[in-house]
Write a protein that binds this ligand. Structure first.
Ligand SMILES: [Zn+2]
Length: 504
């Protein structure tokens, strides 16, 4: 007998959505749209699919609403997009800091499934931005009164679940910060996955404060406190004023000024928090495990200072842990140590590198003086009064090869005035190439001499003969050459240049 497994999808308890006014009803007339505040996604946040009817459908008119531009996903408002309003929907329109859902609409008449790439609230309506498939038949299939199935799909549900987890966590976190530390939430951001979300607070927090808030939040999570929604007519509800800071900024969130749905909605975490919000929230704190990044990031604005506290929960927390773990174990493998030793080992490596760099610098100074010394000796051994010419080529994988050549020149010109050959005419060319040669390799050339004119002349010849680029000032000329450097070609050409200058 074949084994079978059944996966039960979680369902929202019937006590979740509570209409607390005796007169408020969820509209059933399918030719009108249920206002935002009472949508199926807000009544039942775990519902994935719904059969409903189209109320209106129009070809999307550019330009797009400007405020969308900063949120990452580019809106598709153009002639290939339809703006569809449904009687009811499982797709949440952006609001309360929570981003919009994505999903699909399937028209019953032609069986065609359309992608919903964005859902926005306009007044009290949720507008679905639907990607057209066939310009001729789509408008008909989605015409007012047409029956459709609107669903989140797997991608849409995963995205929504992530948003709900973090949004409900934010309510819990903000409530505890307010109750325990008298810290109001100035704003919050549900960032794009997988980045941590944050709340903005009027001051930074100590590590101890963060740990105690995290511990209390997770006690409530393990207890599995229930969450429910209370709705009533907006007119009947007594609207408490949203407190404002001295700067004029509102603390927390009130109702958006353009909201016309007529419904006041309060999200209640049993015994912890009551907060007006249009977002979709999980029916309980179960599985919300809240992780607070154990530091706050201070933000200095013109006149005020605030701080961000970052947090993670649910699937995003697991993604973060997996990523951090992979990073840590990968680093440990590179360092051939256990994960607890990573920090110490990295410290060691950084120290060793600093010491090695320091030693290399010391050796470079010493070596530059040696090379300069050799050149001075050669110059003093030059018996006739004619121009002394010399070229030295080095192999150097340093990113500052020209700097080393300059150090040789400096060392040479520092010692020269006190040497017996201080008045002898000379022209010296130093060059340096990396050890591995490709068409992209960069070699550097430095010319210096006792006579500016001769240096310039040699520089010009190098440019012509080697195809190098460069220029100079006074008795120094520097240039570079891109490509393979050959002893038989480039170095030979340098020697030829020197010979020609010497014979002049
Ligand atoms: Zn909220």
């Amino acid at each position: 007998m074949a084994a079978s497994a059944l996966l039960y999808l979680p369902t929202t308890p019937s006590s979740y959505h509570r209409i607390v006014s005796p007169t408020l009803r969820v509209p059933t007339e399918t030719s009108t749209s249920i206002p935002v505040g009472l949508l199926a996604c807000q009544r039942d946040p775990l519902l994935r699919e719904l059969r409903t009817k189209v109320v209106s459908c129009a070809i999307s008119q550019p330009p797009p609403p400007p405020k969308r531009s900063k949120k990452g996903s580019a809106p598709l408002h153009n002639e290939s997009v339809l703006e569809v309003i449904l009687h009811d929907t499982v797709l949440f329109p952006e609001g309360g800091g929570q981003p919009f859902d994505i999903g699909h609409i399937t028209a019953t008449s032609n069986g065609q499934t359309y992608d919903v790439t964005e859902v926005m609230r306009a007044g009290g309506h949720a507008i679905h931005y639907v990607r057209m498939v066939n310009a001729n038949s789509d408008v008909l299939a989605l015409s007012p009164g047409a029956e459709v199935r609107v669903k989140l799909g797997d991608d849409g549900f995963n995205r929504r679940y992530d948003h709900m987890t973090l949004h409900t966590s934010q309510h819990l976190l903000s409530a505890l910060l307010e109750i325990r530390l008298n810290l109001p939430t100035l704003s919050w951001s549900l960032t794009a996955s997988p980045a941590p979300c944050y709340v903005e607070l009027p001051r930074s927090m100590t590590v101890e404060e963060i740990a105690s808030i995290q511990a209390e939040a997770n006690r409530l999570v393990f207890e599995g406190r229930k969450v429910h929604i209370e709705v009533q007519e907006l007119d009947g509800a007594q609207e408490p004023d949203v407190p404002k800071l001295a700067s004029g900024r509102e603390v927390g969130r009130g109702l958006p000024s353009d909201y016309t749905g007529g419904v006041k909605r309060v999200v209640v975490i049993d015994g912890v928090d009551r907060n007006p919000c249009c977002g979709t929230h999980l029916p309980s704190l179960h599985n919300l495990q809240l992780f607070l990044l154990p530091h706050t990031e201070s933000l200095a604005r013109s006149s005020t200072t605030s701080a961000r506290l970052y947090f993670l929960a649910g699937p995003r927390l697991i993604t973060h842990l997996s990523f951090s773990h992979t990073l840590l174990t990968g680093t440990a493998a590179l360092l051939s140590c256990g994960t607890p030793q990573v920090q110490e080992r990295v410290n060691q490596v950084v120290d060793e590198r600093k010491r090695a760099e320091h030693r290399a610098e010391d050796l470079e100074v010493e070596l530059a003086a040696r090379i300069a010394g050799d050149l001075l000796r050669d110059l003093s051994e030059n018996e006739d009064d004619r121009l002394f010419v010399s070229s030295t080529h080095r192999t150097d994988d340093s990113s500052t090869a020209l700097g080393f050549l300059s150090a040789v020149v400096s060392s040479f010109t520092n010692v020269l005035p006190s040497s017996p050959v201080k008045d002898s005419p000379y022209l010296i060319i130093l060059s340096s190439t990396p050890s591995s040669q490709t068409s992209m390799s960069i070699s550097v050339i430095l010319i210096f001499g006792s006579d500016e004119k001769t240096v310039k002349e040699a520089g010009e010849s190098i440019k012509t003969k080697l195809g190098a680029k460069g220029g100079g000032k006074g008795p120094r000329w520097s240039g570079k050459l891109v490509g393979v450097w050959k002893e038989s070609r480039e170095e030979a050409a340098i020697k030829e240049v020197l010979r020609a200058v010497a014979e002049n």
